[in-house]
Design a protein around this ligand. Structure first.
Ligand code: NAD
Length: 296
């Protein structure tokens, strides 16, 4: 594999493009928004600069990584010469089905089709393509350049050669792959999201404040971030989409999203990406300042 196409240049897409480019792959980064592509390139440059300043990579690696990335707004053009497509667009079923129909029409027969979805069924995504055996989940964690895990999800029809290929590729990127089967939320989010939802319910019911909830989980459970801070980091819209998939997929009310989460998403308080969630990021994300809405 040499040519990789990454679709979606948001939080995850820019990290995925960064990691492939740093490891010598030619990357075509696609988004519907040119503005988002420009933002992604400046984020990648900033993150590579940070790696250089920490002596994690050389200035030369940074330069060649940046040269390895070409941006596109046309999916059809970008996908054509790719050996692997990693889709990292917005977490929405119909959007992803539409993207996979387009990839299927434009990619070569040997191209592997991967999705970075957090929760949407790989089997369902594969069902709109002409060759479901080449479709797989390649679930990177946020922030991609830092986090070691790649959760690999086998769809119902995924061929063993495809899984083996993605396992080897993940290792080449310096990641640790872990293979799971295709059920709602897979493993990572089936376990993480109910915890985040429970933290939001605890806040909603007045059991404790934002700081107290996060402090209990950080100091008591040795979590590097509290669940509310993590939700802001992931994006509250992404958390809500995943909970809806778990709720519908299992038909179990224990996954129903907390009404406070639904309200915050409706009000566009999505966490770091909109500047406010449980915390206020007007001054950046280094110092944790509880959002005005949750100050006692
Ligand atoms: N945020 C996380 O922590 C996290 C972690 C793991 C996986 N994921 C998954 O990664 C995917 C992307 O999430 P994100 O947080 O980066 O979202 P995001 O909102 O930051 O970015 C999504 C990007 O997709 C683009 N997009 C929308 N429609 C498109 C289309 N038709 N073609 C090309 N680009 C399109 C948008 O313009 C946007 O730039 C989702 O499936 C999400 O579940 C997210």
């Amino acid at each position: 594999m040499k040519n990789v196409c990454v679709i979606g240049a948001g939080t995850m897409g820019n990290g995925i493009a960064h990691v492939f480019a740093q490891n010598g792959y030619s990357v075509s980064l696609v988004d519907v928004s040119q503005d988002q592509l420009n933002k992604a390139m400046s984020t990648i440059t900033k993150n590579l600069d940070r790696q250089v300043s920490k002596n994690a990579i050389t200035a030369q690696t940074k330069e060649s990584a940046l040269k390895n990335i070409v941006t596109h707004t046309s999916l059809a053009t970008a996908v054509k010469s790719s050996d692997l497509v990693v889709e990292a667009a917005t977490e929405n079923l119909n959007l992803k089905l539409d993207i996979f129909r387009q990839i299927d029409e434009n990619a070569t027969a040997n191209c592997i089709l991967a999705s970075n979805t957090s929760s949407i069924s790989i089997t369902k995504i594969a069902s709109v393509t002409s060759a479901p055996e080449r479709v797989i989940g390649m679930h990177f964690m946020n922030p991609v350049p830092v986090m070691k895990l790649v959760e690999i999800i086998n769809g119902y029809a995924t061929k063993k050669e495809v899984t083996d290929n993605i396992i080897n590729l993940s290792r080449q990127l310096g990641k640790i792959p872990c293979v799971v089967n295709d059920y709602p939320g897979f493993i990572a989010n089936r376990i993480l999201m109910p915890m985040i939802n429970e933290a939001i319910y605890s806040l909603y019911e007045g059991v404790a404040g934002v700081e107290e909830i996060d402090t209990v989980m950080k100091l008591g459970m040795a979590h590097p971030m509290g669940p509310l801070q993590l939700a802001d980091f992931i994006g509250l819209d992404v958390c809500l989409s995943i909970l809806n998939v778990l709720h519908e997929g299992f038909g179990n009310p224990k996954y129903a999203p907390c009404p406070l989460l639904v309200n915050m998403v409706t009000a566009k308080r999505l966490g770091i990406k909109t500047g406010e969630g449980f915390y206020d990021y007007a001054q950046g994300s280094k110092d944790l300042i509880v959002s005005e809405a949750f100050k006692k």
